[in-house]
Design a protein around this ligand. Structure first.
Ligand code: FAD
Length: 469
Protein backbone atom coordinates (compact mmCIF):
# COMPACT_ATOMS: atom_id res chain seq x y z
CA UNK A 1 0.00 0.00 0.00
CA UNK A 2 2.84 2.40 0.92
CA UNK A 3 4.65 1.87 -2.39
CA UNK A 4 1.38 2.29 -4.25
CA UNK A 5 0.52 5.62 -2.66
CA UNK A 6 4.08 6.91 -3.08
CA UNK A 7 3.96 5.98 -6.76
CA UNK A 8 0.67 7.83 -7.14
CA UNK A 9 2.11 10.93 -5.37
CA UNK A 10 5.21 10.74 -7.61
CA UNK A 11 2.94 10.71 -10.64
CA UNK A 12 1.49 14.04 -9.44
CA UNK A 13 4.63 15.90 -8.33
CA UNK A 14 7.32 14.30 -10.49
CA UNK A 15 10.60 12.78 -9.29
CA UNK A 16 12.01 16.09 -7.97
CA UNK A 17 8.92 16.56 -5.84
CA UNK A 18 9.15 13.35 -3.80
CA UNK A 19 11.89 12.55 -1.27
CA UNK A 20 11.91 9.22 0.57
CA UNK A 21 15.59 8.51 1.36
CA UNK A 22 16.70 9.01 4.97
CA UNK A 23 19.50 11.46 4.15
CA UNK A 24 17.43 13.55 1.69
CA UNK A 25 14.56 13.77 4.20
CA UNK A 26 16.82 14.57 7.20
CA UNK A 27 16.90 18.40 6.85
CA UNK A 28 13.09 18.50 6.74
CA UNK A 29 12.78 16.36 9.89
CA UNK A 30 15.15 18.37 12.08
CA UNK A 31 13.73 21.56 13.60
CA UNK A 32 15.65 24.65 14.73
CA UNK A 33 16.18 23.87 18.38
CA UNK A 34 16.59 20.10 18.05
CA UNK A 35 13.69 19.58 20.49
CA UNK A 36 11.56 17.41 18.16
CA UNK A 37 12.79 14.44 16.12
CA UNK A 38 10.06 13.13 13.83
CA UNK A 39 9.91 10.49 11.11
CA UNK A 40 8.01 10.71 7.82
CA UNK A 41 6.72 8.44 5.12
CA UNK A 42 7.96 10.98 2.58
CA UNK A 43 8.68 14.64 2.01
CA UNK A 44 6.45 15.89 -0.82
CA UNK A 45 7.33 19.12 -2.62
CA UNK A 46 4.54 20.10 -5.03
CA UNK A 47 5.18 22.77 -7.66
CA UNK A 48 1.67 24.23 -7.96
CA UNK A 49 -1.64 24.67 -6.15
CA UNK A 50 -3.21 21.96 -8.33
CA UNK A 51 -0.44 19.54 -7.33
CA UNK A 52 -0.97 20.37 -3.64
CA UNK A 53 -4.70 19.69 -4.05
CA UNK A 54 -4.08 16.37 -5.86
CA UNK A 55 -1.66 15.20 -3.12
CA UNK A 56 -4.09 16.22 -0.37
CA UNK A 57 -6.90 14.31 -2.10
CA UNK A 58 -4.73 11.19 -2.30
CA UNK A 59 -3.82 11.48 1.40
CA UNK A 60 -7.48 12.01 2.34
CA UNK A 61 -8.44 8.90 0.37
CA UNK A 62 -5.79 6.82 2.19
CA UNK A 63 -6.19 8.47 5.65
CA UNK A 64 -2.59 9.78 5.68
CA UNK A 65 -1.74 12.71 7.96
CA UNK A 66 -0.13 15.78 6.35
CA UNK A 67 2.36 18.12 8.05
CA UNK A 68 2.54 21.43 6.11
CA UNK A 69 6.01 22.94 6.08
CA UNK A 70 7.62 26.13 4.81
CA UNK A 71 11.12 27.26 5.79
CA UNK A 72 11.09 25.03 8.89
CA UNK A 73 12.23 27.93 11.10
CA UNK A 74 9.27 27.69 13.49
CA UNK A 75 10.12 27.41 17.17
CA UNK A 76 7.27 25.20 18.45
CA UNK A 77 7.66 21.91 16.53
CA UNK A 78 4.63 22.76 14.36
CA UNK A 79 6.30 21.67 11.12
CA UNK A 80 7.69 18.41 12.56
CA UNK A 81 5.89 15.08 12.02
CA UNK A 82 5.27 12.58 14.81
CA UNK A 83 7.57 9.61 15.40
CA UNK A 84 5.45 6.90 13.72
CA UNK A 85 6.73 7.54 10.19
CA UNK A 86 3.17 7.38 8.86
CA UNK A 87 2.70 11.09 7.99
CA UNK A 88 3.97 13.02 4.99
CA UNK A 89 5.62 16.42 5.17
CA UNK A 90 4.14 18.69 2.50
CA UNK A 91 6.79 21.32 1.91
CA UNK A 92 5.79 24.30 -0.28
CA UNK A 93 9.31 25.62 -1.06
CA UNK A 94 8.97 24.96 -4.80
CA UNK A 95 5.95 27.26 -4.95
CA UNK A 96 8.07 30.39 -5.02
CA UNK A 97 6.64 32.71 -7.66
CA UNK A 98 5.70 36.36 -7.20
CA UNK A 99 2.40 36.30 -9.08
CA UNK A 100 1.73 40.05 -9.19
CA UNK A 101 2.74 43.38 -7.72
CA UNK A 102 0.41 46.36 -7.85
CA UNK A 103 2.01 49.61 -6.65
CA UNK A 104 -1.29 51.50 -7.05
CA UNK A 105 -3.31 49.06 -4.96
CA UNK A 106 -0.24 48.62 -2.71
CA UNK A 107 -0.50 44.82 -2.90
CA UNK A 108 1.70 41.89 -3.83
CA UNK A 109 0.36 38.42 -4.66
CA UNK A 110 2.86 35.66 -3.87
CA UNK A 111 3.01 31.90 -3.62
CA UNK A 112 3.44 30.39 -0.19
CA UNK A 113 7.04 29.26 -0.67
CA UNK A 114 8.48 32.71 -1.37
CA UNK A 115 11.11 33.58 1.23
CA UNK A 116 10.19 36.58 3.39
CA UNK A 117 13.38 38.44 2.45
CA UNK A 118 12.55 38.02 -1.26
CA UNK A 119 9.16 39.63 -0.62
CA UNK A 120 10.85 42.52 1.21
CA UNK A 121 13.37 42.99 -1.63
CA UNK A 122 10.69 42.81 -4.33
CA UNK A 123 8.60 45.40 -2.50
CA UNK A 124 11.65 47.63 -2.10
CA UNK A 125 12.46 47.40 -5.83
CA UNK A 126 8.94 48.76 -6.46
CA UNK A 127 9.56 51.62 -3.99
CA UNK A 128 7.28 49.97 -1.45
CA UNK A 129 7.70 48.30 1.93
CA UNK A 130 6.56 44.91 3.16
CA UNK A 131 7.17 45.53 6.86
CA UNK A 132 7.22 42.03 8.39
CA UNK A 133 10.77 41.51 9.63
CA UNK A 134 12.54 39.17 12.05
CA UNK A 135 15.75 37.21 12.57
CA UNK A 136 14.80 34.23 10.38
CA UNK A 137 13.60 36.33 7.41
CA UNK A 138 16.27 34.83 5.12
CA UNK A 139 14.70 31.34 5.48
CA UNK A 140 11.10 31.71 6.68
CA UNK A 141 8.52 31.54 3.89
CA UNK A 142 5.39 33.65 3.45
CA UNK A 143 3.06 30.67 3.97
CA UNK A 144 4.83 29.88 7.26
CA UNK A 145 4.73 33.50 8.42
CA UNK A 146 0.97 33.58 7.80
CA UNK A 147 0.33 30.14 9.31
CA UNK A 148 2.12 31.28 12.49
CA UNK A 149 0.82 34.87 12.40
CA UNK A 150 4.45 35.93 12.77
CA UNK A 151 5.35 39.15 14.54
CA UNK A 152 8.88 40.53 14.79
CA UNK A 153 10.37 43.97 15.10
CA UNK A 154 7.87 46.13 13.16
CA UNK A 155 4.62 45.08 14.86
CA UNK A 156 4.45 48.26 16.95
CA UNK A 157 3.95 50.31 13.78
CA UNK A 158 2.57 47.90 11.16
CA UNK A 159 0.97 45.01 13.06
CA UNK A 160 1.72 41.29 12.74
CA UNK A 161 1.18 39.00 9.74
CA UNK A 162 -2.58 39.03 10.35
CA UNK A 163 -2.65 42.78 9.71
CA UNK A 164 -0.66 42.42 6.50
CA UNK A 165 -2.71 39.78 4.66
CA UNK A 166 -5.57 40.84 2.39
CA UNK A 167 -6.38 37.52 0.73
CA UNK A 168 -5.46 33.84 0.74
CA UNK A 169 -5.59 30.76 -1.45
CA UNK A 170 -5.86 27.58 0.60
CA UNK A 171 -6.08 23.86 -0.15
CA UNK A 172 -8.60 22.44 2.31
CA UNK A 173 -8.18 19.05 4.07
CA UNK A 174 -10.49 17.37 1.52
CA UNK A 175 -8.46 18.71 -1.42
CA UNK A 176 -10.79 21.51 -2.51
CA UNK A 177 -9.14 24.82 -3.37
CA UNK A 178 -10.50 27.96 -1.69
CA UNK A 179 -9.73 30.99 -3.85
CA UNK A 180 -9.84 33.91 -1.44
CA UNK A 181 -7.11 35.92 -3.20
CA UNK A 182 -8.98 39.21 -2.85
CA UNK A 183 -7.19 42.52 -3.10
CA UNK A 184 -9.92 44.51 -1.37
CA UNK A 185 -9.38 46.84 1.54
CA UNK A 186 -13.07 46.69 2.38
CA UNK A 187 -15.10 43.48 2.19
CA UNK A 188 -17.79 42.91 4.80
CA UNK A 189 -19.52 39.94 3.21
CA UNK A 190 -19.96 37.85 6.33
CA UNK A 191 -17.36 35.79 8.20
CA UNK A 192 -13.81 36.72 7.19
CA UNK A 193 -12.53 33.21 6.50
CA UNK A 194 -8.90 34.17 5.90
CA UNK A 195 -8.49 35.00 9.58
CA UNK A 196 -9.22 31.39 10.52
CA UNK A 197 -6.21 30.21 8.52
CA UNK A 198 -3.90 32.97 9.75
CA UNK A 199 -2.24 31.61 12.90
CA UNK A 200 -3.76 28.13 12.46
CA UNK A 201 -0.28 26.56 12.12
CA UNK A 202 -1.28 24.30 9.24
CA UNK A 203 -4.08 22.64 11.19
CA UNK A 204 -6.96 23.80 8.94
CA UNK A 205 -5.45 23.70 5.45
CA UNK A 206 -2.42 24.44 3.32
CA UNK A 207 -1.88 28.08 2.37
CA UNK A 208 -0.69 28.11 -1.26
CA UNK A 209 -0.74 31.86 -2.04
CA UNK A 210 -1.47 35.21 -0.42
CA UNK A 211 -2.20 38.83 -1.21
CA UNK A 212 0.04 40.99 0.99
CA UNK A 213 -0.42 44.62 2.00
CA UNK A 214 2.38 47.03 1.03
CA UNK A 215 3.27 50.45 2.42
CA UNK A 216 5.20 53.47 1.17
CA UNK A 217 8.95 52.85 1.47
CA UNK A 218 10.57 54.81 4.32
CA UNK A 219 13.20 57.30 3.19
CA UNK A 220 14.30 58.51 6.64
CA UNK A 221 15.33 55.83 9.17
CA UNK A 222 16.96 56.72 12.50
CA UNK A 223 18.26 54.16 14.97
CA UNK A 224 19.34 54.77 18.56
CA UNK A 225 20.73 52.54 21.29
CA UNK A 226 19.74 53.97 24.67
CA UNK A 227 20.84 53.09 28.19
CA UNK A 228 17.85 53.42 30.53
CA UNK A 229 17.76 54.99 33.98
CA UNK A 230 15.69 52.00 35.13
CA UNK A 231 13.57 49.18 33.72
CA UNK A 232 10.40 51.25 34.28
CA UNK A 233 11.94 54.07 32.25
CA UNK A 234 11.43 51.95 29.13
CA UNK A 235 7.70 52.67 29.28
CA UNK A 236 8.16 56.39 29.92
CA UNK A 237 10.55 56.56 26.95
CA UNK A 238 8.14 54.65 24.71
CA UNK A 239 5.29 57.03 25.54
CA UNK A 240 7.55 60.04 25.06
CA UNK A 241 8.80 58.79 21.70
CA UNK A 242 5.32 58.05 20.40
CA UNK A 243 3.98 61.40 21.55
CA UNK A 244 6.94 63.28 20.06
CA UNK A 245 7.08 61.56 16.68
CA UNK A 246 3.52 60.48 15.92
CA UNK A 247 3.48 57.06 14.34
CA UNK A 248 7.18 57.09 13.46
CA UNK A 249 8.31 54.66 16.19
CA UNK A 250 8.79 51.44 14.24
CA UNK A 251 10.85 49.39 16.67
CA UNK A 252 11.27 49.47 20.43
CA UNK A 253 13.30 46.50 21.69
CA UNK A 254 14.39 45.87 25.28
CA UNK A 255 17.88 44.49 25.91
CA UNK A 256 19.18 43.58 29.38
CA UNK A 257 22.85 43.94 30.36
CA UNK A 258 23.37 40.17 30.26
CA UNK A 259 21.96 40.08 26.69
CA UNK A 260 24.50 42.69 25.56
CA UNK A 261 27.35 40.97 27.41
CA UNK A 262 26.76 37.51 25.90
CA UNK A 263 26.23 38.97 22.42
CA UNK A 264 29.58 40.80 22.71
CA UNK A 265 31.21 37.60 24.00
CA UNK A 266 29.89 35.17 21.38
CA UNK A 267 28.73 36.99 18.24
CA UNK A 268 31.31 38.14 15.74
CA UNK A 269 31.39 41.90 15.24
CA UNK A 270 29.16 42.84 18.19
CA UNK A 271 30.57 45.56 20.46
CA UNK A 272 29.16 47.62 23.34
CA UNK A 273 28.47 51.02 21.74
CA UNK A 274 28.46 52.87 25.09
CA UNK A 275 31.41 53.60 27.40
CA UNK A 276 29.75 52.82 30.73
CA UNK A 277 28.00 49.70 32.01
CA UNK A 278 24.18 49.92 32.41
CA UNK A 279 21.46 47.45 33.46
CA UNK A 280 18.86 48.01 30.72
CA UNK A 281 18.90 49.25 27.14
CA UNK A 282 16.42 49.97 24.36
CA UNK A 283 17.04 49.72 20.63
CA UNK A 284 14.69 52.27 19.09
CA UNK A 285 14.05 52.91 15.42
CA UNK A 286 12.03 55.72 13.89
CA UNK A 287 11.10 55.74 10.24
CA UNK A 288 9.12 57.88 7.83
CA UNK A 289 8.46 58.09 4.13
CA UNK A 290 7.95 61.85 4.31
CA UNK A 291 10.71 63.89 2.68
CA UNK A 292 10.40 66.62 5.34
CA UNK A 293 10.27 64.27 8.36
CA UNK A 294 13.67 65.29 9.81
CA UNK A 295 13.61 62.40 12.22
CA UNK A 296 17.21 62.89 13.35
CA UNK A 297 16.29 66.25 14.87
CA UNK A 298 13.16 64.74 16.49
CA UNK A 299 15.22 61.88 17.90
CA UNK A 300 17.91 64.18 19.30
CA UNK A 301 15.28 66.39 20.93
CA UNK A 302 13.33 63.54 22.48
CA UNK A 303 16.48 61.84 23.79
CA UNK A 304 17.63 65.16 25.26
CA UNK A 305 14.29 65.54 27.04
CA UNK A 306 14.42 61.92 28.21
CA UNK A 307 17.90 62.49 29.65
CA UNK A 308 16.72 65.52 31.57
CA UNK A 309 14.02 63.35 33.15
CA UNK A 310 16.49 60.52 33.91
CA UNK A 311 14.69 58.06 31.64
CA UNK A 312 17.77 57.76 29.44
CA UNK A 313 21.27 58.02 30.92
CA UNK A 314 23.34 57.56 27.78
CA UNK A 315 22.61 57.00 24.09
CA UNK A 316 24.13 56.71 20.69
CA UNK A 317 22.42 57.52 17.38
CA UNK A 318 23.69 55.53 14.40
CA UNK A 319 25.39 57.86 11.94
CA UNK A 320 25.28 55.51 8.92
CA UNK A 321 23.45 52.42 7.71
CA UNK A 322 26.53 50.36 8.72
CA UNK A 323 26.22 51.73 12.29
CA UNK A 324 22.49 50.95 12.22
CA UNK A 325 23.24 47.35 11.26
CA UNK A 326 25.85 47.13 14.02
CA UNK A 327 23.23 48.19 16.60
CA UNK A 328 20.75 45.66 15.19
CA UNK A 329 23.37 42.91 15.45
CA UNK A 330 23.31 43.32 19.25
CA UNK A 331 19.58 42.56 19.34
CA UNK A 332 19.62 39.85 16.69
CA UNK A 333 22.70 38.22 18.26
CA UNK A 334 21.08 37.43 21.60
CA UNK A 335 19.42 34.08 20.65
CA UNK A 336 22.66 32.85 19.05
CA UNK A 337 24.68 34.00 22.08
CA UNK A 338 22.27 32.22 24.42
CA UNK A 339 22.84 28.95 22.53
CA UNK A 340 26.55 29.28 23.26
CA UNK A 341 25.85 29.86 26.96
CA UNK A 342 24.45 26.31 27.29
CA UNK A 343 20.85 25.31 27.99
CA UNK A 344 18.15 27.94 27.53
CA UNK A 345 14.53 27.52 28.64
CA UNK A 346 12.35 29.81 26.51
CA UNK A 347 9.17 31.76 27.12
CA UNK A 348 7.61 33.82 24.32
CA UNK A 349 5.00 35.70 26.33
CA UNK A 350 3.03 38.92 26.21
CA UNK A 351 1.47 41.08 28.88
CA UNK A 352 -0.16 44.53 28.74
CA UNK A 353 2.69 46.94 27.88
CA UNK A 354 2.23 48.77 31.17
CA UNK A 355 2.82 45.49 33.08
CA UNK A 356 6.13 44.55 31.42
CA UNK A 357 8.47 45.77 34.21
CA UNK A 358 6.35 44.17 36.92
CA UNK A 359 6.24 40.89 34.99
CA UNK A 360 10.03 40.84 34.52
CA UNK A 361 10.62 41.56 38.22
CA UNK A 362 8.14 38.96 39.49
CA UNK A 363 9.17 36.24 37.06
CA UNK A 364 12.91 36.80 37.63
CA UNK A 365 12.51 36.52 41.41
CA UNK A 366 10.41 33.37 41.04
CA UNK A 367 12.79 31.49 38.73
CA UNK A 368 15.84 32.56 40.73
CA UNK A 369 14.20 31.12 43.85
CA UNK A 370 13.44 27.87 41.99
CA UNK A 371 16.92 27.35 40.49
CA UNK A 372 19.73 29.25 42.22
CA UNK A 373 22.17 30.69 39.69
CA UNK A 374 19.67 30.63 36.79
CA UNK A 375 20.25 33.60 34.47
CA UNK A 376 17.12 35.36 33.15
CA UNK A 377 17.68 37.10 29.78
CA UNK A 378 14.41 39.01 29.23
CA UNK A 379 14.58 40.77 25.87
CA UNK A 380 12.48 41.68 22.87
CA UNK A 381 9.49 43.55 21.63
CA UNK A 382 8.63 45.64 24.71
CA UNK A 383 6.71 48.06 22.47
CA UNK A 384 4.21 45.20 21.90
CA UNK A 385 4.32 43.92 25.49
CA UNK A 386 6.07 40.82 24.05
CA UNK A 387 9.06 39.62 26.07
CA UNK A 388 11.24 36.63 25.25
CA UNK A 389 11.76 35.61 28.87
CA UNK A 390 14.58 33.18 28.19
CA UNK A 391 16.46 31.52 31.01
CA UNK A 392 20.12 30.61 30.55
CA UNK A 393 21.40 27.75 32.67
CA UNK A 394 23.46 28.42 35.81
CA UNK A 395 27.17 28.61 34.90
CA UNK A 396 28.69 25.12 35.08
CA UNK A 397 25.31 23.31 35.36
CA UNK A 398 24.65 20.08 33.46
CA UNK A 399 22.80 21.12 30.26
CA UNK A 400 20.53 18.07 29.96
CA UNK A 401 19.52 18.15 33.63
CA UNK A 402 18.77 21.86 33.27
CA UNK A 403 16.65 21.36 30.14
CA UNK A 404 14.76 18.70 32.13
CA UNK A 405 13.40 21.62 34.21
CA UNK A 406 11.64 23.10 31.14
CA UNK A 407 8.07 22.18 32.19
CA UNK A 408 8.58 23.30 35.82
CA UNK A 409 9.97 26.67 34.74
CA UNK A 410 7.18 27.10 32.16
CA UNK A 411 4.58 26.58 34.85
CA UNK A 412 6.17 29.15 37.18
CA UNK A 413 6.50 31.78 34.45
CA UNK A 414 3.16 31.11 32.72
CA UNK A 415 1.28 31.29 36.05
CA UNK A 416 2.64 34.80 36.51
CA UNK A 417 1.85 35.74 32.89
CA UNK A 418 -1.72 34.52 33.11
CA UNK A 419 -2.09 36.19 36.53
CA UNK A 420 -1.54 39.56 34.85
CA UNK A 421 -3.86 38.80 31.89
CA UNK A 422 -1.03 37.92 29.53
CA UNK A 423 -0.58 35.27 26.83
CA UNK A 424 1.66 32.16 27.04
CA UNK A 425 2.45 32.48 23.31
CA UNK A 426 2.89 35.97 21.93
CA UNK A 427 4.19 35.26 18.43
CA UNK A 428 5.73 31.80 18.00
CA UNK A 429 2.52 29.78 18.28
CA UNK A 430 1.61 26.50 19.98
CA UNK A 431 2.68 23.60 17.72
CA UNK A 432 3.68 20.61 19.84
CA UNK A 433 5.74 22.60 22.32
CA UNK A 434 2.94 24.43 24.09
CA UNK A 435 0.02 22.10 23.42
CA UNK A 436 -0.22 20.99 27.06
CA UNK A 437 0.20 24.54 28.30
CA UNK A 438 -2.64 25.68 26.02
CA UNK A 439 -4.89 22.94 27.38
CA UNK A 440 -3.97 24.01 30.92
CA UNK A 441 -4.51 27.76 30.54
CA UNK A 442 -7.09 28.33 27.79
CA UNK A 443 -10.66 28.85 29.01
CA UNK A 444 -12.77 25.67 28.44
CA UNK A 445 -15.24 27.61 26.28
CA UNK A 446 -12.45 28.90 24.01
CA UNK A 447 -10.92 25.42 23.73
CA UNK A 448 -14.32 23.98 22.88
CA UNK A 449 -14.84 26.55 20.10
CA UNK A 450 -11.34 25.89 18.73
CA UNK A 451 -11.99 22.13 18.63
CA UNK A 452 -15.30 22.70 16.81
CA UNK A 453 -13.61 24.87 14.19
CA UNK A 454 -10.97 22.17 13.70
CA UNK A 455 -13.67 19.50 13.34
CA UNK A 456 -15.64 21.63 10.85
CA UNK A 457 -12.63 22.03 8.52
CA UNK A 458 -10.87 18.72 9.15
CA UNK A 459 -13.30 16.16 10.61
CA UNK A 460 -10.83 13.29 10.16
CA UNK A 461 -7.96 15.15 11.83
CA UNK A 462 -5.51 14.62 8.94
CA UNK A 463 -4.20 18.18 8.65
CA UNK A 464 -1.15 18.62 10.90
CA UNK A 465 -2.31 15.99 13.39
CA UNK A 466 -1.49 16.48 17.05
CA UNK A 467 -0.77 20.20 16.81
CA UNK A 468 -2.46 23.02 18.80
CA UNK A 469 -5.62 21.20 19.98
P1 FAD B 1 7.63 26.51 9.30
O1 FAD B 1 8.58 26.50 10.43
O2 FAD B 1 7.94 25.64 8.16
O3 FAD B 1 6.18 26.17 9.86
C1 FAD B 1 5.64 26.81 10.99
C2 FAD B 1 4.17 26.39 11.16
O4 FAD B 1 3.40 26.84 10.05
C3 FAD B 1 3.98 24.87 11.20
O5 FAD B 1 2.90 24.58 12.06
C4 FAD B 1 3.62 24.50 9.78
O6 FAD B 1 2.82 23.33 9.71
C5 FAD B 1 2.85 25.73 9.32
N1 FAD B 1 3.00 26.04 7.90
C6 FAD B 1 4.14 26.36 7.23
N2 FAD B 1 3.86 26.65 5.95
C7 FAD B 1 2.53 26.50 5.80
C8 FAD B 1 1.62 26.65 4.70
N3 FAD B 1 2.04 27.02 3.49
N4 FAD B 1 0.31 26.42 4.92
C9 FAD B 1 -0.16 26.04 6.14
N5 FAD B 1 0.65 25.87 7.19
C10 FAD B 1 1.97 26.11 7.03
N6 FAD B 1 8.74 34.41 14.80
C11 FAD B 1 8.11 35.57 15.07
O7 FAD B 1 6.88 35.62 15.01
N7 FAD B 1 8.81 36.69 15.42
C12 FAD B 1 10.15 36.72 15.49
O8 FAD B 1 10.75 37.73 15.83
C13 FAD B 1 10.86 35.50 15.17
N8 FAD B 1 12.19 35.48 15.20
C14 FAD B 1 12.84 34.32 14.89
C15 FAD B 1 14.24 34.32 14.90
C16 FAD B 1 14.93 33.16 14.60
C17 FAD B 1 16.43 33.19 14.60
C18 FAD B 1 14.22 31.97 14.29
C19 FAD B 1 14.93 30.70 13.96
C20 FAD B 1 12.84 31.96 14.29
C21 FAD B 1 12.13 33.13 14.60
N9 FAD B 1 10.74 33.17 14.58
C22 FAD B 1 10.08 34.34 14.84
C23 FAD B 1 9.95 31.96 14.33
C24 FAD B 1 9.72 31.59 12.84
O9 FAD B 1 10.71 32.11 12.02
C25 FAD B 1 8.36 32.04 12.39
O10 FAD B 1 7.38 31.33 13.11
C26 FAD B 1 8.09 31.87 10.88
O11 FAD B 1 6.87 32.52 10.61
C27 FAD B 1 7.96 30.42 10.43
O12 FAD B 1 7.98 30.39 9.00
P2 FAD B 1 8.45 29.06 8.24
O13 FAD B 1 8.22 29.26 6.78
O14 FAD B 1 9.82 28.70 8.64
O15 FAD B 1 7.39 28.00 8.80
Amino acid sequence: MTQDILARIAAVVGPQGLLTGASEMAPYLEEQRGLFHGKALAVVRPGSTEEVAAVVRLCAEQGIGIVPQGGNTGLCGGASPDTTGSEIILNVSRMNKIRAIDPVNFTMTVEAGVILQTVQDTASDADCLYPLSFGAEGSAQIGGTIATNAGGAGVLRYGNARDLVMGLEVVLPDGRIWDGLRTLRKDNTGYDLKHLFIGSEGSLGIITAAVLKLFPKPTDIQTAFCALGSLDAALALLSRARAATGDSVTTFELIPRIGLEIAVKHVHGVTDPLAERHDWYVLMELSSSRADANLQESLETLLGDAMEEGEVVDAVIASSSERQQALWRIREGIPEAQKREGGSIKHDVSVPISAVPEFIRQASLAVEAAIPGIRPVPFGHVGDGNIHFNLSQPIGADKQAYIGEWARMNRIVHDIVVGIQGSISAEHGIGQLKKNELAHYKAPLELDLMKRIKAAFDPRGLMNPGKIV
